[in-house]
Design a protein around this ligand. Structure first.
Ligand code: GLN
Length: 472
């Protein structure tokens, strides 16, 4: 798998052209079309951008930090002029009218966007099996799910089609597919990357970030897309410190909190051993492992699935068959237009979420569910704050066991929701987290999640880089 770092070196030495890299990425995507990693490719746009990059280099003009490298973008993030389906029939013909800020920043850095990656419908899922474009295949462990919802981004990176892709993470959708496909997934602090142009699932939880071949590549993409954006009112108005310059200079003497709730009951033995070995290796290098506790974690899944579905039910009310997206041909009046367009356009999992979300927000149930969930959210945040009083970073599994077999999550949605146990708390609290592949579990991959206090992305990636290097 060629990394962004290698490609950038080869581009600047003249060993390769951007045009050749873009052509190779497009050919690879087409040759592996049965992976279903892509919803659409932008051959013309990519080749044009690649040639422009080559021309900039040839003329000795200034180049951006990602100049000439092919990347991909999850299909719920707008890229002007390209389809943006969100893996849903309801948006099957929707063409993005503008660039999301994260996409615009990738282009400004010179990156070449080759296509849009497949995903669970509206990012609701952990298996990438609910897309209207078909299920995504895990290129490395084909009997296992690629994880979701950014499964297309992780599969495209694991296949080597691109070295990096944008994903979105509402409850684990960057970190989980990365763990399932054996690549790196990084969810920055809430508000650190603009959500402008990301089709909203649950606005108080959603965050864009990179899935990448290695930590250094994730840092490169993150540095390009992070920072304040006036278009997004929840964007953090503070300077984004670049992570790349000091990536390899982090101290080995970090204090890593190991929450006892995350390595006990409910976690597969082999997963526990694999992760423990990775942590012990860091310890041998100088890290200190600190016992910490997150007592409210056991309520995080319940809180998350109430808040996420509540927000989704409101966000998805905009798909009404009137302004954009699928419009039923059967409609006779306005009400049946709404009803039929939505019933025909949304898949089963999305309908289930809308029903759940509408229920928890309905009068009489609002206090019992939604308000209660918000209180739990506060408790989870308090737990993390307390834990960070005695450590610099926290380590947990990404998944409690090996990735599910294909089809398992479709048959048992509750079992699928429960696999989110270690990822959703970072969205409830807004904390940044990175998933690093550290070994195997059940014959497939095991990912370790490192978590930092808000806006400590640099510290987080420095430790992730050390962790990765110990494995190479
Ligand atoms: N699996 C979680 C859900 O289905 C998270 C999805 C995501 O992060 N977009 O809601």
């Amino acid at each position: 798998m060629k990394t962004l770092t290698t490609m950038l070196e080869e581009l600047s030495s003249g060993a390769v052209t951007s045009e050749a890299l873009a052509r190779a990425a497009l050919d690879c995507a087409k040759a592996n079309a049965s992976d279903n990693a892509f919803v659409s490719l932008d051959e013309e746009g990519a080749m044009e951008a690649a040639r422009a990059s080559d021309a900039r280099r040839a003329a000795g003009k200034a180049t951006g930090a990602l100049d000439g490298v092919p990347v991909a973008v999850k299909d719920n993030i707008l890229a002007k002029g390209q389809l943006c389906t969100c893996g849903s029939k309801i948006l099957e013909n929707f063409v993005a009218p503008y660039d999301a800020t994260a996409v615009a920043r990738l282009r400004e850095a010179g990156a070449v966007i080759v296509g849009k990656t497949n995903m669970d419908e509206f990012a609701m899922g952990s298996t990438s099996e609910t897309s209207a474009s078909g299920a995504v295949t895990n290129p490395r462990w084909p009997d296992r799910i690629p994880g979701g919802s950014s499964g297309g981004s992780a599969a495209a990176v694991a296949r080597g089609t691109v070295a990096a892709a944008l994903g979105s993470d509402t409850g684990g959708s960057i970190r989980q597919p990365a763990a399932c496909c054996g690549v790196v997934g990084f969810k920055p602090t809430y508000g650190r990357v603009s959500r402008w142009g990301l089709v909203a699932y649950a606005s108080s939880l959603d965050q864009i970030g990179p899935v990448a071949a290695c930590v250094e590549d994730a840092a490169r993409v993150y540095d390009a897309i992070a920072g304040h954006d006036a278009h997004d009112s929840t964007s953090a108005d503070r300077p984004a410190e670049p992570t790349l310059p000091d990536l390899k200079n982090g101290s080995a003497k970090v204090r890593i909190g190991v929450p006892r709730e995350c390595f006990g009951e409910g976690v597969d033995d082999e997963m526990r051993q694999t992760l423990q070995k990775a942590l012990d290796d860091l310890k041998a290098e100088g890290a200190e492992l600190v016992d910490v506790s997150l007592p409210s974690l056991k309520h995080a899944i319940a809180s998350y699935y109430i808040i996420a579905t509540a927000e989704a039910s409101a966000n998805l009310s905009r798909f009404d068959g009137v302004r954009y997206g699928h419009r039923s041909a059967e409609a006779k009046d306005l009400e049946s237009l709404y009803r039929k367009s939505r019933s025909e356009g949304f898949g089963a999992e999305v309908r289930r979420r809308i029903l759940l979300g509408t229920y928890v927000l309905s009068s009489g149930y609002y206090d019992a569910y939604y308000m209660q969930a918000q209180k739990v959210r506060r408790l989870v945040a308090d737990d993390f704050e307390k834990a960070f009083g005695s450590c610099d970073l926290i380590a947990t599994p990404v998944l409690p066991g090996a990735p599910m077999k294909r089809g398992q999550g479709l048959q048992d949605p509750l079992a699928m929701y429960l696999t989110d146990v270690f990822t959703v708390s970072l969205n409830l609290t807004g904390l940044p987290g990175v998933s690093v592949p550290v070994g195997t579990c059940g014959g497939s991959s095991a990912g370790l999640q490192l978590i930092a206090p808000s806006f400590e992305e640099k510290r987080l990636l420095q430790c992730a880089w050390r962790m990765e290097r110990l494995r190479l």
